[in-house]
Design a protein around this ligand. Structure first.
Ligand code: F6P
Length: 369
């Protein structure tokens, strides 16, 4: 296929996260400067295809593009709801009418499932770059945005710890993660949590209260930090749960009810703070490497693949395989869960696993961190 003046479309789909603009920057730079492609930035993802709303992107127009390196959010806008498949014909017509030769979507697992179907139906030359602070896209150890979100949560935990300690309070801090607990697990370990609750390992209020009691008995410590992913599940489901504004409020209320000792509790729901801000170095590197590789794939005429990060390198994987395996959950037997338990952190009602020789689980260690 000739690569002269081909037209590449790019959009960002799903919840925003730090590093999206850095990926756009890498795609525009490599496509225009190395291959001489024209790049169209499609506004609000599939909505932009339906409405034919797109802007030309080039290094000159973006003022050398350095500003994009630092900028949170996405200059193209994003979308994470709507009946996209119900409007498949309009979306596909948009790809054709905009005259795209290829399309790169920077997206999470929810969008990828839908876009994969549209790409198959519309016979698109389609590529994907994974992003999400949840880090739950399958077949990649990292998605753009995760590392920065972990750092944001760790920073928040450090601030909360000092006030919790000063007032002898137990804080329940809620982080994002509806189906996967990677963000809670990584930030909880790095941020000094005493309890980490994730969707993959059920917790019990009894187990939490016992752990808080243990902190008092062992170290005379009355303050504690509980990090809970928004999708964490109790061992025994409680129908009353849905009457609370957040899982953190529910857990705090239950601790207050069932703890044998009086505990002063506070709740902090970090919410969309976790999605904002400038990307950290790791996300900038990922975004640059992944964007660059996606453009190389387009130039080679290789499609239906997602760029991924595995064992310290950028690789590519078939989108069909990614979609079949999403979302990527925390493995309850993983190295990081064992590490948390070894640090004395309560991670739900799961017995401590026996020691495993690190040389025997070396691959797992590389993938898990
Ligand atoms: O998919 C990423 C995510 O951050 C989830 O963890 C969270 O539940 C969701 O986005 C929130 O999305 P919204 O922007 O629609 O509130």
């Amino acid at each position: 296929m000739s690569i002269s003046r081909k037209r590449l479309g790019v959009f960002t789909s799903g919840g925003d996260c730090p590093g999206l603009n850095t990926a756009i920057r890498a795609i525009v730079a490599h496509a225009t400067l190395s291959y001489g492609w024209e790049v169209l930035g499609i506004l609000h993802a599939t909505q932009g295809l339906i409405e034919r709303k797109a802007i030309p992107l080039n290094a000159e127009g973006l003022g050398g593009m350095d500003v994009l390196l630092n900028m949170g959010g996405t200059i193209l806008g994003a979308i994470n709801r709507g009946d996209t498949l119900g409007r498949a014909d309009e979306v596909i017509a948009g790809y054709n009418e905009l005259g795209l030769d290829a399309l790169i979507a920077i997206c999470g697992d929810g969008s990828l499932k839908i876009l994969h179907q549209l790409a198959q139906k519309g016979n698109w030359n389609f590529l994907a770059v994974p992003k999400t602070i949840d880090n739950d896209v399958a077949l990649t150890d990292r998605a753009i945005g995760f590392d920065t979100a972990v750092n944001t949560v760790v920073e928040a935990l450090s601030r909360i710890t000092s006030t919790a300690a000063s007032h002898d309070r137990v804080f329940v801090v809620e982080v994002m993660g509806r189906t996967a607990g990677h963000l809670a697990l990584y930030s909880g370990i790095a941020g000094g949590a005493d309890i980490i609750l994730i969707p993959e390992i059920p917790y019990s209020i009894e187990g939490i209260c016992q752990h808080l009691q243990k902190l008092r008995d062992r170290w005379g410590r009355k303050f504690a930090l509980i990090v809970v992913a928004e999708g964490a599940k109790a061992l025994e489901q409680d129908a009353n749960h849905c009457h609370y504004s957040s899982i953190a409020h529910y857990i705090a209320d239950k601790i207050a009810q069932y703890s044998p000792i009086p505990i002063e509790l506070r709740v902090s729901v970090l919410g969309h703070i976790q999605r904002g801000g400038a990307p950290m170095a790791m996300d900038r590197l990922l975004a640059a490497g992944m964007g660059h590789t996606a453009v190389d794939l387009a130039a080679q005429g290789t499609f239906d693949r997602m760029v991924a990060w595995q064992a310290g390198q950028v690789v590519t994987v078939p989108i069909a395989d990614v979609v079949a395996k999403c979302p990527r959950h925390v493995d309850p037997d993983s190295f990081l869960i064992r590490t948390a338990q070894g640090l004395g952190i309560y991670v739900g009602d799961k017995p401590m696993l026996p020691y495993v020789d690190p040389t025997l689980c070396r691959n797992e260690v590389i993938c898990a961190i």
